[in-house]
Design a protein around this ligand. Structure first.
Ligand code: HAM
Length: 439
């Protein structure tokens, strides 16, 4: 008799278990709210697309297209299909197909799983999630800067630490061609010291030679012609326009002349947000301008700029940030003692939810001590405590589980006090007693 061999998940493709899914939902909610606040609307495209969309859109000679796509032939009709390795090409396809740019430019985003056959390690998976944000039909540089500003705001909303911005310009096609010729000439002069990889890439992808980790080549790489020096007036003005707006907003960045990105569709502005907190896979977000892609995929020429955030990396970094913001699973945990208080607690829970709060009302009888343990374990921001004494006085005790401070609040004022306290900037401190509604 056949024995059934245990089936496991595919390597590099992860289950999100119930103990982690709450964090995912919260993160996604923050991200969706943030996108809405900048006027971006959700566009949902299929997971599968025709393979040629990606080979054409992302570029034949890129790592993604050469070796990372999940491509297969549909056995029923012989079509070559590919699981999306990113969102931008599909978003552009959909925008063209549905004529989304007919009367005005569009701000859209997509959020969901994408697939790349890479070697799995921390922060690098074969199925991972991106939020991909695209401003279609905008020439910039104002919208390029706005996207960077909006990312800075997301990091602030999430309380992220140690994330920095790298910026570069890839100029226009002619400028890249002139730079490439100069770079190849330079590499030819240094042929004798190039390693095997360098020799192989010298003509196919000379920029990648400069990406080398080989210490013997660092000096040579540092002296190579820089694309930035090949920019014409218009490209330089575009970069200056982005930089001026970042300076206005007080956003720090470094110009990284080596930043080229791994997809072929970029021109002018490119950027990445990186951190040292995530080990080898420290790029949380990457993006830039892709003014040629819409035409390349068959649409009327229109400029565009966008970026994608790796959600697993964002979640990892978020979890390393402040506990009280990050770990919080619900807003409030309601504790109670005695029959009357238990019934009142159920009512209070409903009232607090009416006010938009997430609430767990303790179920079952237990000592205050063990209820308080549950409250801590729930990672609620506040405990609301109802005993006989409180009931008699018509108040509840509100305890901030972050700093342990406690105050009595009248039932009518309870929801308002908690909403104010929770919306008080990130640190979730309770308002000063004088600011709280009278008890
Ligand atoms: P990308 O740089 O290929 O750009 O990917 C964006 C982000 O996805 C990366 O910065 C990283 O956080 C995350 N990521 C990439 N590969 C993996 C992986 N194997 N495992 C986990 N996370 C990963 C794009 O995809 C462009 N479509 C971005 C864009 C949108 N440009 C313009 N619009």
């Amino acid at each position: 008799m056949d024995t059934f061999k245990k089936v496991t998940a595919i390597r590099g493709m992860n289950d999100v278990l119930p103990q982690a899914s709450g964090r995912w939902e919260r993160l996604e909610q923050h991200v969706r709210d943030w996108l809405r606040s900048y006027g971006y609307a959700n566009l949902r495209t299929p997971v599968l697309e025709h393979t040629r969309l990606f080979t054409r859109g992302i570029g034949e000679v890129t790592d993604i297209v050469e070796k990372e796509m999940y491509t297969f032939t549909d056995a029923l009709n012989g079509e070559s299909l590919t699981l999306r390795p990113e969102f931008t090409a599909g978003t552009v396809r959909a925008a063209i197909e549905h004529n989304l740019l007919y009367d005005a430019p569009r701000r859209v985003y997509a959020l969901g799983p994408v697939f790349r056959h890479e070697r799995p390690q921390r922060g690098r998976y074969r199925q991972f999630h991106q939020v991909s944000v695209e401003a279609l039909g905008f020439a910039g540089p104002d919208v390029d800067a706005e996207q960077i500003l909006m990312l800075a705001r997301l990091w602030k909303i999430l309380g992220l630490k140690d994330i920095r911005l790298e910026l570069n310009s890839l100029g226009a096609g002619e400028e890249r061609a002139a730079h490439r010729a100069a770079l190849i000439a330079y590499l030819e002069q240094h042929k004798d010291i190039l390693d095997e990889d360098g020799l192989r890439r010298m003509y196919a992808n000379p920029l990648r030679v400069l990406d080398t980790k080989n210490p013997a080549l660092q000096e040579m790489a540092a002296g190579a012609p820089r694309l930035l020096d090949f920019l014409g007036e218009a490209s330089r003005a575009h970069l200056d326009g982005v930089r001026a707006r970042l300076d206005d907003a007080g956003i720090a960045y470094t110009i990284n002349p080596r930043l080229v990105r791994g997809l072929d569709y970029y021109n002018l502005t490119v950027f990445e947000w990186v951190t040292d907190r995530l080990g080898a896979q420290g790029t949380v977000c990457g993006g830039g301008r892709y003014d040629g892609l819409i035409e390349l995929v068959g649409g009327k020429p229109a400029p565009a700029v966008g970026f994608a955030i790796g959600m697993e990396r964002l979640l990892d970094l978020w979890e390393q940030s402040k506990d009280e913001v990050v770990g919080q699973a619900v807003d409030v945990y309601v504790l109670h003692q005695g029959d009357a208080a238990a019934r009142r607690a159920l009512q209070l829970g409903e009232q607090l939810r009416d006010a938009g709060l997430d609430v767990i009302v303790h179920a079952g009888a237990a000592s205050f001590k063990s209820q308080m343990k549950r409250a801590d374990a729930s990672r609620a921001a506040y405990a609301v405590i109802l005993g006989d004494d409180e009931l008699a006085r018509g108040v509840a005790s509100v305890k901030c589980l972050g700093d342990g401070s406690q105050q009595a609040v009248g039932f009518d004022a309870l929801a308002g006090t908690l909403v104010d306290a929770l919306s008080a900037d990130g640190d979730a401190g309770m308002p000063e007693p004088s600011a709280a509604p009278p008890v």
